[in-house]
Write a protein that binds this ligand. Structure first.
Ligand code: SAH
Ligand code: SF4
Length: 346
């Protein structure tokens, strides 16, 4: 498979140009095309012999759009196809304070959370940093007239900390001043809690927003819905989040899906409060988005607000996540699963 050019940072592109006997400034030119998500036929300032040589080994872009679903609120869910034919989902979310893109970092997911559509078909492979970056570049180009992209969240399919090296490389590429130059503080990484990688992420220079998908405040309850809870206790995971905060001084986010009758009672409020004591965090409450393959019950928006008030009254900073793009095929992984299903039944 050809390496996509967006897997290179400026320094590596400059090395490549020198190794191909080209002047170093070609790296600046090619970088501009990469950031603009140009195909080779738009490389009009590059000599045709160099384009021909590049084409032999390198792909201009690693993804093509297969389909999209647009919501009435402006959110768009894109389904991309990689060079090898894998399907990858990303979401564009418009905001008046800066549009954001939610990217996928793996094809499928091995973590097996019972509520999640991404893991339903298991894990296929890690995406490369360039394949993750390409989702941002494509959407920034597509939405240029709406203000492009200012924020990136790693909340699509896959577990970023299980694809650690490519995640760190992606963060470096997407925040690079010679690239699309998204501010590090505008990058969010969401993890189900691969605890030994949480502190490492801070030590490797990440100082954006880290979100932990907690969803249950006791090991017993969490094990019922998340396999990762078999490996790490909630206490050691929260301790790792505290270390992340100590290192970065960045308030962390606790994601908490509300599942009707499972984790949305007054007793859960007490457990959440006690677990999060001493952690500088904000709790993001998300009513479960029902998926085709799981029979957990969603909690009503009304009850989500009641649960939120109980947390606030107990002194925990929490809000209910605004529901955006709910008419663009629901939770992550669902558009892909639907497309796979349709093609199987045709
Ligand atoms: N693997 C990472 C990031 C991708 S999942 C993680 O788990 O954090 C992004 C977020 O979507 C997570 O908080 C996840 O728990 C949530 N999510 C997955 N399926 C969902 C569903 N059916 N309804 C609501 N949120 C869901
Ligand atoms: Fe993977 Fe996150 Fe889905 Fe769990 S919620 S299966 S970790 S993508």
């Amino acid at each position: 498979m050809k390496t996509p050019l967006c897997d290179f940072d400026h320094e590596k592109l400059a090395e490549l140009m020198l190794s191909m006997g080209e002047p170093k400034y070609r790296a600046d030119q090619i970088m501009r095309h990469v950031v603009a998500f140009d195909r080779y036929d738009a490389y009009t300032d590059i000599p045709t012999r160099l384009i021909a040589a590049l084409k032999e080994k390198y792909a201009d872009v690693p993804l093509t759009e297969k389909t999209r679903v647009e919501a009435s609120d402006g959110a768009v869910r894109y389904l991309f196809e990689t060079l090898g034919g894998d399907l990858v989902e990303s979401v564009f979310l418009p905001h008046n304070y800066g549009n954001s893109v939610c990217v996928s970092c793996q094809v499928g997911c091995a973590m097996g959370c019972v509520f999640c559509a991404s893991g339903y078909y298991g894990f296929k492979r890690n995406l490369s940093a360039g394949e993750i970056l390409a989702q941002v570049l494509y959407i920034a180009r597509d939405k240029k007239s709406c203000g492009g992209v200012k924020k990136v969240v790693m909340m699509g399919s896959g577990e970023p900390l299980a694809n650690y090296d490519e995640t760190v490389k992606f963060i470096r590429l997407v925040t690079s001043p010679s690239g699309i130059n998204i501010g590090m503080r505008s990058v969010s990484v969401s993890t189900s809690g691969i605890t030994d990688k949480i502190e490492k992420l801070a030590n490797d220079g990440f100082c954006g927003t880290l979100s932990l998908s907690l969803h249950a405040a006791t090991d017993e309850k969490r094990k019922k819905i998340m396999r990762v809870a078999e490996r790490y206790s909630v206490k050691e995971t929260i301790n790792a989040m505290k270390k992340f905060f100590d290192k970065t001084r960045r308030r962390v986010v606790i994601e908490y899906i509300l599942i009707g009758g499972f984790n949305d009672t007054p007793a859960d409020v007490i457990q959440v409060k006690s677990l999060l004591k001493g952690l500088c965090c904000h709790v993001n409450l998300i009513p479960l988005n029902p998926t085709d393959n799981c029979d957990l019950k969603p909690c009503s928006r009304k009850h989500a607000y009641e649960f939120c008030k109980m947390l606030n009254d107990a002194g925990v900073s929490a809000t209910v996540r605004r529901s955006m793009g709910s008419d663009v095929a629901g939770a992550c992984g669902q558009l892909k699963n639907r497309t796979v299903l349709e093609s199987k039944t045709k």
